[in-house]
Design a protein around this ligand. Structure first.
Ligand SMILES: Cc1cc2nc3c(=O)[nH]c(=O)nc-3n(C[C@H](O)[C@H](O)[C@H](O)COP(=O)(O)OP(=O)(O)OC[C@H]3O[C@@H](n4cnc5c(N)ncnc54)[C@H](O)[C@@H]3O)c2cc1C
Length: 465
């Protein structure tokens, strides 16, 4: 027999968009049901995305450090050659994921959100049936928040399965492949490709564009390209992947030549697409914007009281965008006057070295003579040298209006720069001018001093260069 349930708010998807919306709805006293069909609360980010990838990247960094010490010593430290049991590393990573799954469950419980494990299907915009192991539940809700996220794009000639894997499988391999070919040189492919290189795999990257990380400007990606070169990662730019068989991936090089690359695993990371199929979205009558669900500044869809957040709603497909949207929607439903209108959504590549971009970059201000651009290298920052983060070509760049010195964009490339991303976003969100950064006493010795110096330099009086 189908059970029926009525609620004020029904949220589909417990990723960073949906679960944060759920917690905030609960905090605001809204009767809320959250449905997720995945294996653990937290969606892609927590289970097979941001967190597990950063755990594997961290483990790879540790392995590399010991390998360096073994290969001739580093900083006077020597060690025996490291070995890795990747299944144990994966078990450690899974432990972190389980801890966070439980943490999200506890937070939702505290906020009095009812969580249902099951797959939601809509017959129309307000009628939803949840298929659970215990039978169907029909839910009617005053408000529906769609947060079904995204999934990896599959290439028709390289379907996932066997040794052709997506990022999900790459995060749970039982051993380090001897040879890995990464198809797609965006941030997910590079983060994982670099991690596997550090773990000892021979890695090749096949990218259709002329550069890796084509969404970032060249000055930011050059240090990453240098790292790849220095560490023997084979780069095939302007190249197209073809089929895979007998341990060989066929590619067509930039010059149109056919080439076979040996591969124990082919990691396909050619992008992610919004999850719009298989749950009755087509029955809801919501307008689309290309492949995404169309929303306005309130995250409202074209259907009254149907809202959408996260990857389903468009670029940037980043966890923190979805959570911020989730909070906004919960507050709007509770009667607050809110819009989702951020000055910036900073993006980070956890490559080697890392890249941060917030606000306008040089490509967006190209040809404008009313802006100042200033770069300060980590090579001139004591802290960077003291932690071996000063010699990989890293720097911080600030772009500001020439007239009123309002900061328009801040980017950085270098080790650990992900930790600077929030300070960049804060400055942009608060409408800071160069003098605000220049006038803030930055702690010494820290990497953040490069941001201070880049701002001083834009004003014409950097101290340490
Ligand atoms: C390898 C990798 C690394 C990443 N690293 C980063 C990073 O460092 N920083 C960053 O910001 N972002 C990162 N991302 C992107 C980030 O994971 C996504 O932007 C984020 O998870 C999107 O959140 P979401 O809430 O929109 O959807 P998702 O996290 O995709 O969650 C959607 C949930 O909805 C459920 N669902 C879907 N349809 C239904 C249905 N019909 N019924 C029931 N449940 C349903 C799914 O099971 C899933 O649990 C990474 C992604 C990957 C793959």
């Amino acid at each position: 027999m189908t059970q029926t349930l009525k609620t004020k708010v029904l949220i589909i998807g417990a990723g960073t968009g949906g679960y944060v919306a759920g917690i905030r709805c609960g905090q605001l006293g809204l009767d809320t049901v959250l449905v997720d069909g995945g294996d653990g609360l937290g969606g892609t980010c927590l289970n097979v995305g941001c967190i597990p990838s950063k755990a594997i990247i961290h483990a790879a960094g540790k392995f590399e450090t010991v390998a360096k010490a073994a290969g001739g010593g580093t900083l006077g430290i020597t060690a025996a050659a490291p070995a890795i049991d990747l299944s144990q590393t994966v078990e450690w990573k899974d432990g972190i994921v389980r801890k966070l799954n439980a943490g999200v469950a506890a937070l939702l419980k505290k906020a009095k959100v009812k969580v249902i494990k099951g797959w939601a299907e809509f017959a129309d915009a307000k009628t939803c049936v949840i298929k659970t192991d215990e039978g169907d539940i029909r839910i009617t809700a005053e408000h529906v928040i769609l947060a079904t996220g995204s999934e990896p794009v599959e290439l028709p000639f390289l379907p996932f399965g066997g040794d052709v894997i997506s990022s999900t499988e790459a995060l749970s391999l039982s051993e380090v492949p001897k040879k890995m070919v990464v198809v797609g040189g965006g941030y997910i492919g590079l983060e994982l490709g670099i991690a596997y290189r550090k773990l000892g795999a021979e890695v090749a990257i096949v990218e259709m564009a002329e550069r890796i990380l084509p969404l970032y400007d060249k000055a930011l990606t050059d240090p990453v390209a240098k790292w790849l070169e220095k560490h023997g990662v084979e780069l095939h730019l302007g190249a197209r992947a073809g089929g895979f068989g007998d341990g060989k991936l066929s590619i067509t090089t930039k010059d149109g030549e056919p080439l076979q690359l040996d591969a124990d695993k082919v990691l396909v990371t050619v992008g992610r697409r919004p999850r719009t199929q298989g749950w009755g979205l087509e029955n809801m009558g919501v307008a689309m914007a290309g492949p995404f669900v169309k929303i306005d500044q309130r995250c409202a869809t074209s259907m009254k009281n149907v809202w959408a957040v996260g990857d389903l709603t468009g670029e940037p497909m980043l966890a923190h965008k979805g959570s911020a949207q989730g909070e906004v929607v919960a507050e709007i439903i509770a009667g607050h006057d809110r819009v989702f209108d951020p000055v910036t959504i900073a993006a980070v590549c956890f490559t080697e070295p890392e890249i941060v971009s917030a606000g306008l970059g040089p490509n967006e201000v190209a040809g404008r003579d009313d802006v100042i651009q200033s770069v300060f290298p980590f090579a001139a920052i004591g802290r960077a040298l003291a932690i071996e983060a000063g010699e990989d070509g890293g720097s911080v760049r600030v772009i500001a209006n020439k007239g009123d010195h309002r900061i328009l964009g801040i980017q950085a490339v270098g080790q650990h720069v992900s930790e600077l991303s929030n300070s960049f976003a804060q400055m942009l969100e608060m409408g800071a001018v160069l003098e605000d950064v220049a006038g803030t006493i930055h702690v010494h010795p820290t990497l953040g001093e490069a941001f201070h110096e880049a701002s001083l330099r834009a004003l014409g009086h950097a101290i340490h260069i």
